[in-house]
Design a protein around this ligand. Structure first.
Ligand code: C5P
Length: 414
């Protein structure tokens, strides 16, 4: 492909290209250029054996970065290579049988294998070896182990090999490796065309000008859903109560304080939305009469506050819905599923995400969560403890499968 016509699919992505000691190591040069043409910043790590086939200088010139070859050397590139979370994908091409064995067993005797043990990003492996090696039971087993752990191991291609054999062992074509990297890094645009309204965070109900009633919601779940929907192509409006999180870029964010303000903001955007995801922990009660001045404690041994219930936003919007899909959350500490089922029915929802906030490791404030999704049509899907951003994607997939792909609901408005 002409370089000027290359798509910039990998713009700004930080990739690590691991090169191991196969005769196909020279093909990694083409791969590096392809990544760079698509806008990626690539750091190359070579094993000692790889340097016998291609010099580090070749990759240094093309990547503009020092090539790391030794676990014990020290230069500025090293720090960023070994810190987990820095790379967005690690691609090992070509990968030898020796590399597959070390990765499967978790050996860490050189920089590349050590990095794999640190990796928090997708790992894509493109093997190249003799045909008899690829079909050897040991290699077959190592590939199985790696795939079982979520590593993308591409099948090598059939063709003439360095040994003279014609067999399966050739490095997968550059386009196949690029496709695997795209699939790992570029989210599906399966929410394109949807206008998603998300609520997040707690509300604050004033007691007086300086005090309020609130709850432990951090907003992390709702923000993660807003970001995931944006990344999957949706137009997103986020209505958020007070949360210590930065407004997500590319999302229209509306900040509110009280349940009543949240109700107004959601009402404004509801009819033009296709999906409402109500992840906010809206206060159920507020003061009947918040004090206009700061309450004084002098002379008082007790203070009784009179509360009234807040409007149930979901129930109110559900009564006004035209064709919107409505998803609620149920944060519970006991009888989680039966309470969630009641809310699903009472609030007229399509889906409810039931969340046991008393469980260890998940719930309010945590970066992780485990939930059960219940649908109005009786489906139930349990999602184990995982980061909220991943959970957000799974919730969006469930909404798409259970609601958006289902036959369009009839308008409830005459
Ligand atoms: O009834 P409960 O507050 O437990 O229901 C939880 C669901 O209802 C959440 O999706 C929450 O955002 C929503 N809710 C609401 N209006 C309220 C209280 C909760 O829409 N006043």
């Amino acid at each position: 492909m002409d370089e000027t016509q290359s798509p910039i699919n990998l713009w700004g992505k930080r990739l690590v290209l691991g090169v191991t000691g196969s005769i196909a190591a020279y093909k990694a040069v083409g791969l590096l250029r392809a990544f760079a043409r698509e806008g990626a910043a690539v750091s190359v790590v070579m094993t000692q054996a790889a340097t016998k086939f291609v010099t580090p200088l070749t990759f240094e010139v093309l990547s503009g970065k020092r090539v790391a070859t030794d676990l014990f050397e020290s230069h500025e590139e090293m720090a960023h290579l070994i810190v987990p979370g820095q790379a967005q994908a690690i691609i090992v091409a070509p990968a030898t049988a020796n590399f597959l064995a070390k990765a499967a067993l978790g050996l860490a005797d050189d920089l590349l294998s050590t990095m794999l043990l640190n990796a928090q990003c997708p790992v894509i492996v493109a093997p190249a070896m003799d045909g008899d090696m690829w079909t050897h039971p040991t290699v077959v087993q190592h590939v199985q182990v790696l795939r079982g752990r979520g590593v993308v191991v591409l099948d090598p291609e059939v063709g003439p090999l360095a040994s003279g054999q014609v067999a399966q062992g050739r490095l997968p074509a550059e386009s196949r490796i690029l496709d695997a990297v795209h699939a790992a890094l570029i989210p599906q645009q399966d929410w394109q065309g949807q206008r998603v309204l998300v609520s997040a965070g707690p509300t604050q109900e004033p007691i007086d000008p300086v005090r309020f009633i609130s709850n432990r919601s951090s907003g992390k779940m709702g923000y993660a859903i807003a970001e995931a929907a944006r990344d999957r192509g949706a137009e997103v409006v986020l209505v958020t109560g007070p949360a210590a999180l930065a407004p997500p870029p590319g999302v229209t964010t509306v900040s509110v304080n009280t349940a009543s303000e949240m109700s107004d903001a959601l009402s404004l955007h509801f009819l033009s939305s296709t999906v409402l995801i109500m992840a906010a922990a809206v206060a159920d009660f507020r003061l009947k009469m918040p004090a206009e001045q700061k309450l004084k404690k002098q002379g008082k041994s007790e203070l009784i506050l009179e509360l009234e219930s807040t409007p149930d936003i979901l129930a109110m919007l559900s009564a006004r819905r035209t064709s919107q899909i409505m998803v609620g959350f149920a944060a519970e500490t006991e009888q989680v599923l039966s309470h969630a089922k009641d809310k699903l029915r009472e609030k007229g929802l399509d889906l409810i995400v039931a969340n046991d906030v008393a469980q260890a490791g998940g719930g309010f404030g945590s970066d992780d969560n485990a939930v059960v999704i219940l649908s109005a049509t009786g489906e139930q899907k349990a999602l184990g403890l995982m980061p909220k951003r991943r959970l957000a994607d799974k919730i969006l997939t469930a909404v798409r499968e259970l609601c958006l792909s289902a036959p369009r609901r009839e308008s409830l408005v005459e």
